[in-house]
Structure formats: C-alpha cells, structure tokens
Design a protein around this ligand. Structure first.
Ligand SMILES: Nc1ncnc2c1ncn2[C@@H]1O[C@H](COP(=O)(O)OP(=O)(O)OP(=O)(O)O)[C@@H](O)[C@H]1O
Ligand SMILES: [Zn+2]
Ligand SMILES: [Zn+2]
Length: 830
C-alpha cells in the first residue's frame, strides 16, 4: 500500500503529496486524514495522508516507508483533507498551511531525537555505567535532550558512542502538548481474592492494610493522589499493593474542561413569535432537505435570532446531524456560552482563543470522539471535525474578524458555504446589519430555471414583544463648540448620563477607536513620533510611558521634550478610553466606571469578569471600544452614548461607511432591550453623512441603497471581487522591477484568457489589474511595500491566474527574493 503524504514544509517546491510505503503493521490503522511521521531528506517530518493507493508515482524500489503513525484515530477526515486542498487553491497558500489551520496547536508535532543502546556488550565497555543503566537495555529509546541535560559531563561519551554504533539514534514526532493522564487506582477484577489477601496482610504492613481496606470499601476508581490524601499513606505502599496484584494502577486520560466548575441552568425552548416561527420553519425545511443551502437571517437587534438558532440546532440534532455555530471572538461571552450550554448541556464544545491550548485540544477531542454534537466557537471552529454536519450558523456574519489575517487568509463565511456543500448542510448567516456582499447575494432574484427555489433572505424586522427600537439623537459637535462647550461630552449626553445616575440605571459609552489618536504630537512644530522601521506613527502606552510600533514591536521611551524643536509642548494622547474615563470622574465625582479596551482585557477571563460586574450592576457606566457594541443583553441599560461616531468614516477603506453604520446600529441595539425604554445619543462632526443619517433611523434598506450606488460608481464589491497582492523587499529598485514584471505577467495571462476588460464594460467575465503602487503603509520592518489590486467579476478563477503569475518568482537566491503575500477578498487594503 502507498500513502500520499503532504509534509509540513510550507514552500512552493514541496507543495504536493509525496509517496511513501505503508508498513504492513500500519495497514489496518492508516486512513485518509491520518497524521504520520515520514523521512524527508535527512529529517523526520510530520505529514498528513491525503490518499491511499496501490500505485506509486516513482520507482517502488526508491520508496521509503512511513516511520510512524501518530494517532490511533486520524485527527482529520477525508472531507477536511479535500477542503484544505480547496483552501490552498482559493487563497493561494500551500496545502500544508491549510491543513495546519485545521488542527489544534497541540497536534502540531515537532521532531525529537531519541537514542537507545544498539549493542549491549559494547555498551558495557564504552559507556559510563550510570549512563548505560539510565538508558536501559537495547530496544529502549530515551530522549537525547533529557539524557544530555541529566548527564552533561558525558556529552562526549554519548557522541562517540553514536559515532561507533554503540548507541543508535532515531527521530520521532512528539506532540506539542500531551493528553493529560492521571495515575488512577482500581479495585482488581478478582475482588474476593483481594479481600482474602487483606485479611492475611501482616500487621507491620499497616499502611497497606489501610489503603486496601479503603479501596475495597470505596469501590470506585480513585486518582492516586486522592487516595494518598484520603488515607495518609504514600505512593510506595500503593505501588507494592499493585505489584502484588491486589490493586490496579493505570493511567487514565483526563480532560481539561474550562467550564467544569460552572453549572448551567437548563432552559426550555420558548414559544416562538410569529416572525421567528416562519424563519424557523424555513431553516428546518432546509435541514430536512439535506441539500446545501445558504440563507441570510436579517433580524434587527433584539429580534430573537439566538432563539431561532437554538431551535434550529435542536431540529438538526434530532435528525442525527451535527451543528457548528460561529460567533465573533469578542462576543463569545459567558452570556453566549450560557445560552448554548443551558439548552444543550454537555452536547456542546466551546472553542475560542482565550482557552489554554490544552483546554482547546480537549474540547476539540470531544468533537472528534463524537462526544458532542454542537461546536460553538470563533472563526476556526468552522473546521470542527464532525462527520455529518446538518447546520452551520454564522452569527454577526458581517464581522471582519471572520477573515483570518495571516495565511491561510480564509473567510469563514466562504469556507462554511464550501463545507456545507460537502455535507449537504444548511448555512444560516445572521445579522442585524448584513455585509453588502451577503445581502446582495441573498436578495438576488432566482434565475428562471430555479423559479421554485425558496427565498434566501429571511427577514425579522421587529423586536421580540413589540418593543420599540430606541430613539437616536444625533448631536453636531461643531455646534457644541460654537456654543462654548469644549468638553468631549455634549450637553445632551451629559444631562442624559446624570439622569441615569439619579435613576440607578446603566449606560454604555462607546468610543469609536478606529483611527483615534494615541500618538505623540508636538504642538509647537507638528512633529509626530514615527517608527524608524515602518512608515507609521508610534502608539503611546500610558502604563509603561513607552512608544510602541504595532507592526514590528519597536519600543522607545517617550521623550520629555520635542526631539525636533526641543519644545516642551509635546502632547501624549493616551488611549482614548483613558481620557474619557478621567473626564467622567471629573464631571461626576464617585461615578463607577468599567473600562473595557485592549489594556484592561489582556488577562485571561478579564473580559468575562468585567461584563459580569456590569451585569451585577456594580457599575454605572460600561465604557469601551468596539468590544462593548456586540451581543450584550443587559436589562438595566437605558442609555447608549457614542463619542466621536465619525472617526472611522475618514479611513482610506472602501468599507468605512459600512463599518460605521454597522457599529452605530449594533451599539444602539444594546439599549432598551427589556422592560425599560432606551435612548441613544450619537456625537459626530458629520451629522449629514448618510451612514449616520440612516443609522439614526435604523434604516438598513436606505443605507444599502445609497452605499450600493457608491460601490457601483467606484467599482468595489459586491460589484466585483478583489485580490490584493503585496510585495516587499529591502531594496526599492529591485522591488519596483519585480512588481512591474509580476503585474505585466498577470495581465498577459488574463489577456490570454480573454478576460482583461474594464469592469465598466458591461456584464460577464472581466478582470482589471491595478498597480503596482506603493502600499498605504509604504515601509514595514525595514522592507518597502508595493501592491497590486486585482478586481474581477463573473465566473472566473482569478486565484488560479494569480498562482500562475507567481510561478516565475518561486526560485532565485533568497536575498534577491521579493516576498509575495496574496490576500483574496481582503477586508483591509493596507
Ligand atoms: N420567542 C420569544 N419569547 C420571549 N422572549 C424571547 C423570544 N425570543 C427571544 N426572546 C428574548 O428576547 C431578547 C432578545 O433576543 P436575542 O438576544 O436572541 O436577540 P438577537 O436578535 O440575537 O439580538 P442581537 O442581534 O442584538 O444580539 C432576549 O432576552 C431573549 O431571551
Ligand atoms: Zn517640536
Ligand atoms: Zn515598526
């Protein structure tokens, strides 16, 4: 049998399966998706089996055998191997990079050198006795690293023994992180024999008698440590009982369960509202049909989308299928987890990046071992190794965090659609503010051939219980300044906050931090501190009084005087939220504020703790960045204030208006969700901008109509798709030549396909190659950066053209090599 294996070397030259012979001892166990160790050149590497066959591509005599099979159950499934192939093609990365994205870090094995005694007799002469004894007799292998750290004085002897063949060396793949095992004590099968033996134990073995007596009475398996603690005995007493066969001592796998100490109150399905019922029925039909379908659940904030998700999942589970739920990382709050655990209990695995890698691994194994049927998690949970997926839900589908920024630069939404195709599953994309791409796709009329197709757009325009959307007041901050108010709070927001304090109600304050100044500026000469390696301003960190670069990590002490003009009027703009907090304390002495931003949420579980405090009404104000805008459901929040709504409007990003509209709508949706009515105050310098005007009226349709007009005029998605190719090198002239050659090559390929046409030229297949031009961040980590933007439309495999255009640049001496980075469907063009 031959195994085709993708080895873990992410380079273009090795990006294809290699053939290995499967030793007969592995034939029973090996499967597509198995993780193996293979000899590769002089090394042993980890790889995944992509196919098993009887035909080799190379001369059979030159085939090497697999060196090891790493897991009893393959970590990946055939559908995931195929999905990885698709990912690598669509997102222009290597197959192994895509495969690595699908497994937990714990399984990213690394090679380890082992040594063992080859020749017992020679070893007696050649090795120091304690060394030989520690290694043990032939056939046993120990870690070379451990051996050398234990006997550093014998390093030379070990080296000589390896050279002379007294010691043999072997390489093996070891997991980054082991399954946690606990020594556990069992009562032996033949319990009566143990009872008899207990009676006969001599009096001087008092400890052993006590231990055995305790175990026979207790009956159950007990972790060794607990048994020792309970009986005040010691490990040797237990061991000697085990040696006599009176107790069994075995290692038992233990799961790290991050939610072990939390009890979740069981909830029952709520009777659905009429709007929910219709949508639920539509989703259930799709699951029942067992054919891939993608739907957009467009439900306003507070319309009860989560309850629809829960009942749809239940329907899916009842049909014996599994469900995946994706939520944005930052809204994976305890509130969210509680809702799913509360409904489905132990059938749920939770995957997010705040878990330790051990906890993540164990949650992942629950999925692989078929112990759970629901996986809820951030982006990468889309790769949950389920075998029969019936439903994939993506909540807040417009969130940009569903796009991975490093390779593989995939979008979970597109991967979900692809995976659903493999499984015949339904995809539900849910949002109050769908992305324009999704909205346009879902509202496109069905072609004549599919007139019977059910609609893909499922609207829920009303809040549960007929609660009104909160009224939004827009305050023009220019008018405030004219009237002499120089504070960051408008008079209205100030008054509204004071009212909430009086009534004991809560407020949420959002500081739109995208584009907000945290930099250093001299008020005399206009000097700003920039990174010496990147063309970007340094960020001021108040805690350490340091200036840092977000791209390369460069740090320096904040100067006391301007380095350019020596003026002392150099101003440090601390993180925006800190300034707001200070101002709040000045205006409202004694006010209790919880601040939530990158600085206060770095610690594990900090996010959860802060929200819990706020939920327990231990604070009057929750102040924060984008983090406070999502998914929160607190009954006493009656005021939402947005400070500087428009900072994100002026970013050089074609999605700037869309992002601003989404943010305002989402945060406004936090107010008045329960019995108390809510109110929203939005402060801005651009009150007439359509993103703000439409957000004020909760008018998604008008926003979309206006935004689509702009996108059409400028030639941006959803009217086309984009690929961003960024090239970088330390030498500007070389970079400029190579990038010109690349774009010319790509144009030639497109021309050859007959698709090199201006996008405005009608319909059908078309592709434009813009650039190369300097990237918006023109230098990063001392490398210059150029970019090409590729716009295309129609049924056209643009990724394949880009991959082909890259081929001539794969070889060459490394220092001459220009680095290419391809971003398909980029979220940010920087
Ligand atoms: N059928 C129902 N009957 C009674 N209450 C309901 C029902 N469905 C949902 N709710 C309640 O309505 C509130 C809002 O629901 P939910 O949080 O699911 O809305 P959502 O659409 O997910 O909102 P957002 O997009 O703002 O997160 C919740 O407190 C929820 O418990
Ligand atoms: Zn100056
Ligand atoms: Zn830098």
């Amino acid at each position: 049998m031959i195994a085709k294996v993708i080895v873990d070397v992410p380079s273009r030259q090795t990006d294809r399966p290699f053939d290995y012979e499967v030793p007969s001892s592995m034939e029973e166990w090996i499967e597509v998706g198995s993780r193996v160790g293979v000899p590769f050149g002089s090394r042993v590497l980890q790889g995944f089996v992509t196919r098993l066959t009887d035909e080799a591509d190379i001369d059979r005599r030159r085939l090497k055998p697999l060196s090891e099979l790493l897991d009893p159950v393959p970590p990946l499934l055939p559908d995931l191997i195929e999905l990885a192939k698709w990912l690598s093609e669509k997102y222009c990365c290597s197959w192994t990079t895509a495969l690595q994205a699908m497994i937990p870090t714990a399984l990213k094995g690394k090679a380890e050198r082992l040594v063992g005694i080859q020749d017992d007799q020679a070893a007696v002469l050649a090795l120091p006795p304690e060394l030989a004894e520690w290694i043990g007799t032939s056939g046993k292998f120990v870690k070379l690293e451990t051996l050398l750290s234990k006997y550093p004085e014998h390093a030379r002897a070990v080296k000589a023994a390896l050279r002379d063949g007294v010691l043999a060396e072997r390489t093996s793949i070891r997991d980054r992180l082991a399954i946690r095992k606990v020594l556990t004590v069992f009562v032996p099968e033949d319990e009566s024999a143990a009872r008899e033996a207990l009676a006969k134990l001599p009096a001087r073995a008092a400890k052993q008698r006590e231990v055995l007596g305790f175990m026979l009475e207790h009956g159950g398996p007990l972790p060794l440590q607990e048994l020792i603690a309970a009986t005040g005995s010691s490990a040797p007493s237990v061991r000697s009982l085990a040696e006599k066969g009176l107790l069994d001592l075995r290692e038992v796998e233990q799961r790290r369960d991050p939610y072990a100490d939390r009890a979740f109150e069981r909830t029952e399905p709520l009777p659905l509202t009429e709007g929910q019922r219709e949508v639920y029925a539509r989703i259930a039909r799709a699951i029942g049909a067992g054919e891939p379908q993608t739907m957009l659940l467009h439900g306003v904030t507070g319309s009860g989308k989560t309850e629809v998700y829960l009942q749809s999942i239940q329907y899916c589970l009842e049909r014996g299928k599994q469900a995946i739920v994706l939520v944005p990382e930052i809204s994976l709050t305890p509130q969210m987890v509680e809702r799913f655990k509360g409904r489905f209990g132990d059938a749920v695995a939770v995957l997010h990046s705040r878990l330790s890698s051990g906890e993540r691994y164990d949650e992942w194994r629950k999925i692989r071992d078929r112990q759970v049927q629901v996986a809820i998690g951030a982006r990468s949970a889309i790769f949950a190794p389920f075998e029969r997926i019936g439903l994939i839900i993506i909540d807040e589908e417009h969130e940009s965090s569903y796009k991975q920024e490093e390779s593989p630069k995939y979008h979970a939404r597109d991967v979900a659609v692809r995976r659903a195709k493999q499984h015949g599953a339904a995809v539900v994309l849910g949002s109050a503010t769908p992305s324009l791409e999704t909205y346009a796709a879902a509202s496109r009329p069905a072609p004549a051939s599919e007139q019977s197709r059910e609609p893909a757009l499922l609207p829920m325009p009303d809040r549960v219980g007929g609660r009104p959307m909160p009224p939004v007041t827009v305050v023009d901050m220019r008018e405030e300044l004219k009237d002499g108010n120089r504070s960051m709070f408008s008079r209205l927001l100030h008054r509204s906050l004071a009212e909430r304090l009086e009534r004991g109600e809560q407020s949420v304050l959002l500081l739109n931090r995208r584009g907000y100044s945290t930099f250093v500026m001299c008020r005399s000469c206009g000097y700003t501190a920039t990174c010496p390696h990147c063309d970007i301003s340094l960020t001021y960190h108040q805690k350490s009084r340091a200036l840092r670069c977000h791209y390369c990590g460069h740090a320096e002490q904040a100067p006391a005087a301007c380095p350019s003009c020596q003026s002392e009027h150099i101003r440090y703009f601390g993180t925006g939220t800190q300034r707001v907090e200070e101002e709040l304390a000045k205006l409202f002495p004694g006010i209790r504020v919880i601040r939530m931003d990158v600085d206060t949420t770095t610690e594990k579980n900090a996010h959860e703790k802060l929200l819990k405090q706020f939920g327990d009404r231990k604070a009057d104000v929750l102040l924060g960045t984008q983090m406070v805008a999502k998914g929160l459901d607190f009954p006493y929040v009656t005021l939402v204030g947005v400070i500087a709504a428009d900072t994100s409007l002026n970013l050089p990003d074609f999605r700037a208006a869309e992002r601003t509209f989404q943010l305002l709508t989402q945060v406004a949706g936090r107010a008045g969700r329960h019995h108390l009515p809510g109110e929203v105050v939005v402060q801005t310098y651009a009150p007439e901008h359509y993103a703000i005007v439409t957000a004020k009226k909760h008018d998604y349709a008008s926003f979309v109509a206006e935004e689509l007009r702009h996108r059409g005029a400028m030639g941006y998605p959803p009217y086309c798709r984009l690929i961003l190719v960024t090239m970088s090198h330390e030498q500007l002239p070389l970079l400029s030549t190579v990038s010109e050659r690349f774009s010319a090559g790509l144009r030639e390929l497109a021309e050859h396909e007959g698709v090199l046409l201006p996008l405005g030229s009608g319909f059908g297949r078309a592709m434009e190659v813009l650039g190369p031009v300097a990237s918006p961040i023109a230098r990063m980590k001392d490398r210059y950066r150029f970019q090409c933007v590729i716009k295309y439309r129609g049924n056209l495999d643009a990724s394949a053209l880009v991959r082909k255009a890259l081929e001539p640049f794969a070889d060459g001496p490394p220092q001459r090599q220009v680095q290419f980075s391809v971003d398909v469907d980029p979220q940010v063009i920087l």
